[in-house]
Design a protein around this ligand. Sequence first.
Ligand code: PLP
Length: 396
Amino acid sequence: MHSLDHIFDEQLKRRQADDLYRSRTSHSGPQAPELKVNGQALLAFCSNDYLGLANHPQLISAAKKACVDYGLGSGASHLVVGHTDLHHELEESLAKATQRPRALLFSSGYMANMGVISSLLERQDAIYQDRLNHASLLDGGLLSAAKFKRYRHNDSLDLQQQLKNTQARRRLVATDAVFSMDGDSAALKPLSQVCNEQRAWLMIDDAHGFGVLGPNGEGSAIAQGLTVKECPIYMATLGKALGSYGAFVAGSDTLIESLIQFSRNYIYTTALPPSIAAASLAAVNLLTDEPWRQQHLKHLIDVFKKRAKELGLPLMPSDTAIQPIMLGSSTVALRVSSALKDMGLLVTAIRPPTVPKDTARLRITLSAAHTESHLQKLLEALAVLQKQGLLPSVKE
Ligand SMILES: *Cc1c(COP(=O)(O)O)cnc(C)c1O
């Protein structure tokens, strides 16, 4: 009766009955628009490989060379003996790319967010988070002893009201710069003004902006013109647009030294393999050496939005590579995703608890690796589903 299997079999059944059950599709071969899943060829619109770098020959050859020169594993944490000159060079190039004095590598974005928030705040402090923030920011807040507050999505006035009423010693405001499941960008200037006026520190998570936004993929802080003073904590990942793995935090020398001293998620974990640092470095160089990827992606986003609007598909207010179609019910979202699969397209249904209740959606993502003819195939399939009544229409 009290066995683990007995209790969790019940929970799993409930999840299945609610159409919230997750299962993984495994594919063989590199991340790319054209995938092989159980022998079926599928055209994918759901990866975060926004620039198509995950399978780029320069990243692969940099990783191969680093394996030969540095071996595979880093063998220790950064503070013990895992920090190589490849990690160091990558940190310097990330600081330069984001126009911040310094940068510090973390093993993943999840760990960076947990590590920053929990090391900067204590019991007398408070963390303020946008309602739609990524789980890793929320978990960082929960891990810290600070008071945990949430403000209405992208609403700097609500944030201002809450900050005016606090006695908290340190105040940290954390937001996704590009919201991962909605695709809209946080209005960073108003947020930074409120932070400045209410003595709070602004932290942005640019997992979906770094590499993509700004003239050369510098990310959301530069794209929206925020200095280090206006946005003292910049965090981004290397596993999305950069096609690699890992994450970093950029900011002042004091911020970085403090994280090295106090961030448990930085200190007590093995450094990334040197080959991953080398591949990431190659990706950072491509951002400025070959800016055509960002431009091509921007073009695809414009084309998608224009044609989807003509079809009367209910788009969300997003100008980024994340272009979700809101469906509401998890059952409908699964049905649409499965119908697309039958037509040779892979687009994941995103359901609670990843998104709030009754806001299940199709999360379409575009990549510089897509061609206009790929896009055409997606739009044709969406039009078919709309004719069948599976997708809503907002045409007058
Ligand atoms: C993916 C993601 C993360 C986590 O990054 P990983 O490197 O995959 O752990 C953090 N924040 C946001 C907004 C993300 O989308």
